[in-house]
Structure formats: structure tokens, C-alpha cells
Design a protein around this ligand. Structure first.
Ligand SMILES: Nc1ncnc2c1ncn2[C@@H]1O[C@H](COP(=O)(O)OP(=O)(O)OP(=O)(O)O)[C@@H](O)[C@H]1O
Ligand SMILES: [Mg+2]
Length: 166
């Protein structure tokens, strides 16, 4: 009997060699994985999407194009690299954030932490500024929700432009 390897292949391209450590979320059209970039660097996140049809390909390419357009907005996550394998599998590379805003709100509730209104107003204004810039290019995000906002300390970033449309 042949030897069947269950090893997950590394993701290679755009100058990166990423070792997949674990899956952190499985969404409607994507798999979110924690990856090790090597060289003792911090773990990062890869959003994997497979585009078999022209329609899926168009959607993935639009998501990548919007990260590119918004790369200077401090309230939008920076797409560090876009690796494409055999024209169908797309990997978006990002820094890893501690939690999403929905998890943060849950934690605040569980630990009975009182909301710092000023800080939350600043978060809100940040997200509004990201949406304003996106709308300025003629696009709507269409999936604004706490799970699509990431947080590390006082830094927040809007993510997931996979539902965006003209
Ligand atoms: N850079 C990141 N750092 C930490 N967690 C992340 C990161 N990117 C995504 N996640 C986690 O993965 C979840 C899903 O990510 P994303 O919204 O991009 O995928 P999706 O498949 O489009 O999701 P859905 O269909 O559920 O909206 C986020 O809510 C967040 O918890
Ligand atoms: Mg999402």
C-alpha cells in the first residue's frame, strides 16, 4: 500500500515560504489559516480562496484590488502579498490580529468591562473613514459587521471586501 501523506503543503510565492500551522476560521467562501513565515518572524494570517468560475475569479480579484486601493488607509487591513497557485487558488497574506470586534465585545461583556465611550467613538470614526474612502471609489462594502473588524490593542482594521460591489 502506498504511503498517504496528510501533510499540508507550504504556500510558496511572492518571496514567501509559509508553513500552515492551523485553520482559524472557515467562512462562506474562504479559509483563514495561521501561517509561519519562517526566520523567527511572528505568525501571520492567510485567507485562502479557490476560484473555479470566471465569476469567482472576478470576485477574488476585486477583493484584492480593493485592498490595494485602500492600502494607505490606516483603518483597513494591509494585504501584504497575493499569491496565486495554478490560476485558481488565491492566498491573501496579512498580519495577525488578536481578535475580531465581535469576540472583543463578548469578552467585555463576560469580564463586565465598562465601555470607554471615547475610545469606541474613535473606533467608529475610523471605520466610517474607511467606508468613506471605499465609497469614494464607487464601491460599497456590503458586509460591515463586528466580525469583519479586527482589533489588537487600540488598533482596529476593517477586513473582508469579499461582498463588495460597484
Ligand atoms: N488578519 C487576521 N488576523 C486574525 N484573525 C483574522 C484575520 N483575518 C481574518 N481573521 C478571522 O477570520 C474571520 C473570517 O475572515 P474573513 O471575514 O476575511 O473571511 P470570510 O470567509 O469572508 O468570512 P465570512 O464569510 O464569515 O464573512 C474573521 O472574522 C476573523 O475572526
Ligand atoms: Mg467575514
Amino acid at each position: 500500500m502506498g504511503c498517504v501523506s496528510s501533510k499540508i503543503p507550504d504556500i510558496v510565492g511572492e518571496g514567501y515560504h509559509l508553513k500552515v500551522k492551523k485553520t482559524v476560521a472557515v467562512g462562506g467562501s474562504a479559509k483563514i489559516m495561521e501561517v509561519d513565515p519562517g526566520g523567527g518572524k511572528k505568525t501571520m494570517i492567510v485567507k485562502k480562496m479557490v476560484a473555479f468560475t470566471k465569476r469567482e475569479e472576478k470576485r477574488v480579484k476585486l477583493e484584492a484590488a480593493l485592498y490595494e486601493k485602500l492600502k494607505n488607509n490606516e483603518f483597513v487591513i494591509t494585504m501584504i502579498a497575493h499569491i496565486v497557485e495554478e490560476n485558481v487558488t488565491h492566498y491573501f497574506l496579512f498580519d495577525r490580529y488578536s481578535m475580531n470586534f465581535s469576540e472583543y465585545l463578548e469578552k467585555m461583556k463576560e469580564e463586565k468591562i465598562i465601555v470607554n465611550e471615547l475610545k469606541h467613538l474613535q473606533f467608529f470614526c475610523g471605520i466610517v473613514s474607511a467606508i468613506e474612502e471605499l465609497n469614494g471609489y464607487g464601491y460599497a462594502h456590503l458586509d460591515i459587521k463586528p466580525a469583519n473588524i479586527l482589533k489588537t490593542g487600540d488598533t482596529i482594521k476593517l477586513i473582508d471586501f469579499g461582498s463588495a460591489t460597484k
